[in-house]
Design a protein around this ligand. Structure first.
Ligand code: PMP
Length: 326
């Protein structure tokens, strides 16, 4: 759909995938007035297709639009657009183990002008692509690099919304991580570079203790990290399984000391793409350390299996998280 100031949203339609025509002065290309979402559609055992908590993506998209001074796409319009695309692409929803149809809604300023002000014209689009299983050869821990040179988000910035600029600003740190032999960046707080915030595109959880008494800690939402929908879902699932979950500040020292004395038994990252990724090696200027023994931890794998089972309809959806589309 398109938006023009004074007219509102118009021209909502389903079209085949094709290049966009853009004016060279298109505002989003210069000033990054651009937000996006990521969610998935899952083939269900009864032959239907469902998306997972799309209302949460719609709400986060509205918050992102406000933060970037863009007119929000009404939540019902966002949901209707996603439904229409999944329905049209029904035959592209893979049915293999842990395969999905990835959906990418996004909104960008299309008005052509040079100058810094909110645009008067926007485009809202949803594109889709089949996505294979994230770990086709078995789940294995990733190595992470603590970013000490660069900061992802500062208080009052845009760290708690999914805007394009956040990712542009993170690429150099990701290059550093790869150069240091790591898979992913872990971001720290802007003030003290002491507290863990999140991974490149995933939220983090720390497991304290073992077995039924294991507790989970995840960095609190202070405004500088993305409120992940997977994070929120896992807090609920872990509590239902009887684990205590605390949202609080968690420092690198606490992480390192906890790994050394055995109180921190597992660490994992979570997001729509991989659901849960175990974290193994941690590289930092202040000293490297390794969580666990190189294999994914038991609670990491149990929660991963539990959430995947809900998403793929292998266990009852007791919380109404699945949204039937086709
Ligand atoms: N943090 C960042 C920076 C992300 O890009 C993502 C992916 N959207 C997440 C966390 C995880 O969010 P979600 O669980 O909603 O995919």
């Amino acid at each position: 759909a398109r938006y023009r100031a004074g007219e509102g949203w118009y021209d909502a339609r389903l079209t085949s995938y094709a290049p966009l025509q853009m004016d060279p002065a298109t505002a989003a290309l210069h000033y990054a007035q651009s937000i996006f979402e990521g969610l998935k559609a899952y083939a269900q055992p009864d032959g239907s297709v469902a998306t997972f908590r799309p209302e949460a993506n719609a709400a986060r998209f509205v918050r992102g639009a406000r933060r970037l001074a863009m007119p929000p796409v009404p939540e019902e319009a966002f949901l209707a657009a996603v439904d229409a695309l999944v329905d049209a692409d029904r035959d592209w929803v893979p049915t293999g183990p842990d395969q999905t149809l990835y959906l990418r809604p996004y909104q960008l300023a299309t008005e052509p002008f040079l100058g810094v002000r909110p645009a008067h014209e926007y485009l809202f689009l949803v594109i889709a692509s089949p996505a294979g299983a994230y770990f086709p050869r078995g789940v294995h821990p990733v190595s992470v690099y603590l970013s000490e040179d660069y900061i992802r988000a500062a208080p009052g910035g845009t760290g708690d919304v999914k805007c394009a600029g956040n990712y542009a600003a993170s690429l150099l740190a990701q290059e550093q991580a790869i150069a240091a032999g790591c898979d992913q960046v872990v971001w720290l707080d802007a003030h003290e570079k002491r507290y863990v915030e999140e991974m490149g595109g995933m939220n983090l959880f720390f497991v304290l203790g073992t077995g039924a008494d294991a507790e989970l800690v995840t960095p609190e939402l202070t405004g500088t990290l993305l409120p992940g929908i997977t994070r929120d879902s896992l807090i609920t699932v872990a509590r239902e399984r009887g684990h205590r979950v605390t949202e609080r500040k968690f420092s690198v020292e606490e992480w390192r000391a906890g790994v050394a004395d055995g109180t921190v038994t597992e660490t994992f990252a979570c997001g729509t793409a991989a659901v849960i990724t175990p974290v193994g090696e941690v590289k930092a200027r202040t000293g490297d350390f390794t969580v666990g023994d190189g294999t994914p931890g038991p609670l990491t794998m149990a929660l991963r299996g539990h959430l995947l089972d809900i998403q793929h309809g292998r266990v009852p959806d007791t919380r109404g998280w699945l949204h039937r589309v086709a």
